[in-house]
Design a protein around this ligand. Sequence first.
Ligand SMILES: [Zn+2]
Ligand SMILES: [Zn+2]
Length: 366
Amino acid sequence: MTHPSTVNSVRRTPLPPTAAIWSGPDRGFSLEQQPLPQLLPGEVLVRIELATVCGSDLHTIAGDRPTPVPTVLGHEAVGVVEAVGGSPTTVGGLPVVPGQRVTWTIGTSCGTCRRCTRGVPQKCESVRKYGHEAITDHWRFNGGLATHCHLAAGTGLVLVPAELRAEVAAPANCATATVVCAARRTELTAGDDVVVIGCGMLGLTAIAYARDLGARHIIACDIDAGRRHLALAFGASVACSPGALETAVKEFGSDVILELSGHHRAVQSALDLVGLDGRVALVGSVSPGPQVAFEPNTFVRNLTRVVGSHNYAVEDLAEAVDFLGRTPMQDRFAGLVPASFPLTDIDAAVAAARTGAAPRIAVHMG
Ligand SMILES: [Zn+2]
Ligand SMILES: [Zn+2]
């Protein structure tokens, strides 16, 4: 095992086309050289620069959620277009050409089914998600933990500025875009008092994004003192433990509550504490859990809106990349990804990610 590098000291020796093939919780990863695909119209081949290991990858690796295997895990990534089939365009309408630095949506969308046309392309009837599908003869590079990613037709591509550091850009297509979508669905706007419950990667991003949008007060809530400390550095007005949340809400308000922890007690708190004309986005609850209760009369009289928010639309990804490019917190975001392992050390990278010591661990491809 080699030691991880800091992200800025990454070696740049290109590997031949290689994927970290994952074959299940008991069989783990194997590095395998793979033939590059013959691209079909609308497809794009990207050479991955850097990927980050997301919490959902760790859930899959732990066996907590089923995924067809063998597969290439990973979906948070940034890379450079290497080849193009047909004439796909970026989300901004530019032709996709080799040499462009890009990130891409977590899944494909057909653009024509009822879900796509009604603004929820992440729920496309024929969605295929990177890092979640079995490999096939034509689709061997279908995740982020590989030298290349084979982008299927219907994937939304967003250009990534050269000056945006890879470790800051890589989480854009999962953590950042998910936060942007939740903020959009709750109509988070300047002057809102915002509560962020759960201060991991999504929560810290949400705090910085709410600050960017002009939130008045931001309450950060987490059980972990270290995360509360980070939350203040990312722009929270106050950071509290769950037991102190009610008091903080009385003092600072709660127009928008973003529930990112997924814990049923936190969900209950969000429903109990949302303010008049308030909006709650439930984001963290992505596996079945205990029921929570609410008293409908209060919701009626308080004009409460509760939305579920899962993944995002391509416009959210474009806004996510734009936000990461304009935020004054780029050094802090880079600090959330303190180490990078080569793809050849994928087991060490995953082991480091599973300690939970850092919000993200990176994997670089050289
Ligand atoms: Zn569709
Ligand atoms: Zn993810």
